[in-house]
Design a protein around this ligand. Structure first.
Ligand SMILES: O=C(O)c1ccccc1NCC(=O)[C@H](O)[C@H](O)COP(=O)(O)O
Length: 206
């Protein structure tokens, strides 16, 4: 089955619409101020309102004050929450919304144990561990560290680009792939040609 595609870190209406038209299944909106991809609630609103139907919107948070998450949820009809920090399971489920848990993979991390802890998550987003930032670093991790019996959908992330995502899909067989830096011309600026090439490479890998 062809993996679903999430493009993360859209910050303007035109790029978000174009990304959807190019075939992205989901758009990530970053509500984490230190990120170069941070989006205000107002702009997020405009993006969500402009998207065509059947494109999912994912709100991304990193160890956020629950009041921020609740504030966003009060005004934005997001489809999914993505928790990208060290949020415990009780925090993730407290909002009563479907969520995915991001984990930053490095040797020694027990992904099966994490899948058990976050059993009510809709999926585990496996990103690269980096000391530089919690995510969006463009760094890859060793895909051999992924178990082949993860009991929930695997969203593969971390350093994916048009040039390596086909190999990633064929090797890992993830439920979905997620990308940010690999489809940017500079930090936080999406390049639609790269988005198109990324999506085509995923579809080609089947
Ligand atoms: O994108 C960010 O700036 C970001 C910052 C802090 C936490 C998470 C962040 N992004 C989360 C994503 O879903 C990215 O797509 C994922 O980390 C992969 O990023 P990249 O390796 O740059 O493709």
């Amino acid at each position: 089955m062809t993996p679903r595609i999430k493009i993360c870190g859209l910050r303007d209406v035109a790029s978000a619409k174009a990304t959807a038209v190019l075939g992205a299944d989901a758009i990530g909106l970053v509500f984490y101020e230190p990120s170069p991809r941070h989006v205000s609630i107002n702009v997020a609103h405009e993006i969500v309102a402009a998207l065509p139907p059947l494109v999912s919107t994912v709100g991304l948070f990193v160890d956020a004050d629950p009041a921020l998450v609740e504030g966003v949820l009060r005004t934005l009809p997001l489809d999914l929450l993505q928790f990208h920090g060290d949020e415990p399971p009780e925090y993730c489920r407290a909002f009563g919304r479907p969520y995915i848990k991001a984990v930053r993979v490095k040797p020694g991390l027990d992904l099966l144990e994490l899948a058990d802890r976050y059993a009510d998550a809709r999926g585990l987003l496996c990103d690269a561990y980096s000391s530089a930032a919690p995510g969006g670093t463009g760094e890859r991790f060793d895909w051999q560290l992924l178990p082949d019996n993860l009991p929930m959908p695997l969203i593969l992330s971390g350093g994916l680009r048009p040039e390596n995502v086909g190999e990633a899909c064929r090797t890992v067989r993830p439920w979905a792939v997620d990308v940010s830096s690999g489809v940017e011309s500079s930090r936080g600026v999406k390049d639609l040609a790269l988005v198109g090439r990324f999506i085509a490479a995923v579809r080609q890998a089947g």
